[in-house]
Ligand binder design. Sequence first.
Ligand code: RAM
Length: 525
Amino acid sequence: MIRILRLYKCGSPIVIIMNKHYLEKADINTPKLFETEIVSNQTVEIVPDESAFFGVRSVPVGTNREVFVGGDRFILDFGCHCVGYLSFRLRHDTAYLDAPVQLKLRFGETPYEMSRDYASYHGGLCASWLQEDTVSVDFPEIVKMPRRYCFRYLEVTVLKTPRPVRLTDFTVTCISSADWNKLEPLPAGTDPELIAIDRVAAKTLADCMQTAYEDGPKRDRRLWTGDLRLQALTDYYLFRNDRLARRCLYLFAACEEDGKFLPGCLYQKPSVFFDEGMGITDYAMLWTAALCDYFTHTGDEETTRDLFPVAKCQMDLACSRICEDGSFAFLGGWFSFIDWAKNIQQMLPCLGVILYAMEKMAALAASLGETECAAAWNEKLCKTRNNIYASFFDAERNCFIDTRSEKPQYSVQAQAWLILGGVITGETAQSVLKQCLASPDALKPVTPYMHHYVVEAMIKLDMKEEALAYIKSYWGSMIQNGADTFWEAYDPKNPELSPYGDVIINSFCHAWSCSPSYFIRKYFI
Ligand code: RAM
């Protein structure tokens, strides 16, 4: 295998070894980006509203005037979520400008962000993710902002100007690798609530589809394995950009390191790289699941065979860390993710993810004629399910719980994943899941990502009606609470929820939230 070295000098040099063949494959599958222009001169005000989820709403106040002086400020509403490049025209009616015009541009995906001063941000992630820039313009011209922004609302403040200026033609050139012409409308007669959820989900996915499936176009703009799995799965039912799915699978394969789980995320620029030590067990397993999905939906055997050795190494590595008693010995690094619920205990749900992927990988191996792998994984699957059941199922409490930990945690995440991993099935599994979802003492999911797997567990258990009601009450209520693209984190009872300490840094168009379209189109029409 030919490998290439990537060198970065940032203080001290970092050497990253990547697989050249896989990188080249990723490269030739880079999708083209479609452009759409959106123009706005619709101004809004953000006003307090106690009945709104975030306590504010936007109110249209008419079309924008043209001439502005220092201290003027306005907010434009582009009418929908946009990912792209902003331009606007600056002119003046006087002979010349004897000093530059200085403008502050502030972007937000939601009215709530616009209601906050970004200087009041108190979260843990770097504040530079908050989209706010100052620009100085020397001459009348069409100003083209170089950075890609992600927003629906734009606040313009004229900080300083020597003369009155005309500001017009605010335009966003939106970009996405989703081809809307490929999207099949839902059949006539489909429940309007599902049509609305599907529309918002499709828009969410489209805005995250760039030269890779980004997690969020506002933040982190990265390719994450867990997000990729749900994006690609949903995309097979929406825009069918198989090329993009293929590219993303190859990108991760290029990052494989011996004896480690695949990195949880990677960067495409300045050239492809990843943080070493960022291996995330459950996410690596979901990359293997994504390869299985890819084969199921595209039938592309050549790519699947090309990538199979990486998936095999990942699966074998996971198998080697499963202990006799059914527990799992994590490798170092960021060992597992599962959900952003506070203080979540990860081992039990992570075991569920491993088994879930193992079952898919065993089936894939069988289809590819890799009979030895298929047999080994099927055997491991059977044994591990029994061991987990023996060690962690508490029949009296009717749940999986790790009583050996200091504070045994009862969580929906563990029940759902171990059901998806096939440790319990049928009526037992149904009662375990229902009881846990209804229990006020159980830890509940806080991300649409984890909620996806709860719905998937319901469908696996033939609880289709419950699954549909769950989709409507979770994603449907997000729409009622103002979402025009689905959010990164959402708890209908807690508008302050943020994994990072302040809601304004949350991503309000987040890839892993797009999967209702997958469920709707696969199971409910
Ligand atoms: C955040 C993002 C991303 C997710 C990781 C684990 O940075 O929300 O989507 O995959 O966490």
